[in-house]
Write a protein that binds this ligand. Sequence first.
Ligand SMILES: [Zn+2]
Length: 96
Amino acid sequence: MGQAKREAERQEQMHHVVVEIAKKTDLLYECEAHGYTISTGEVDFTSAYKYANTMYSNNDPRTEIFKNRNELTDTIKRVVEDYGTTCPGCEKVDRE
Ligand SMILES: [Zn+2]
């Protein structure tokens, strides 16, 4: 497997773990009607960072993909900030 592909897969796995953490700590949620992941608009990431750090300290296997704690918390911020606060499905219904 090439280096670039491996890194892409790692990023994808990191993304997956971070979304899980963000949902548990109310940064992200899923629209029940459409299944889209949406940001709650919360800008305080403290509880997510705490949760992630606890996982890391407990050697949770999901954190093994991250090189260090900073990469874990940086990824949380980067990934969560990428999500919009409106569901594309709900937006469409509103427009119709
Ligand atoms: Zn929706």
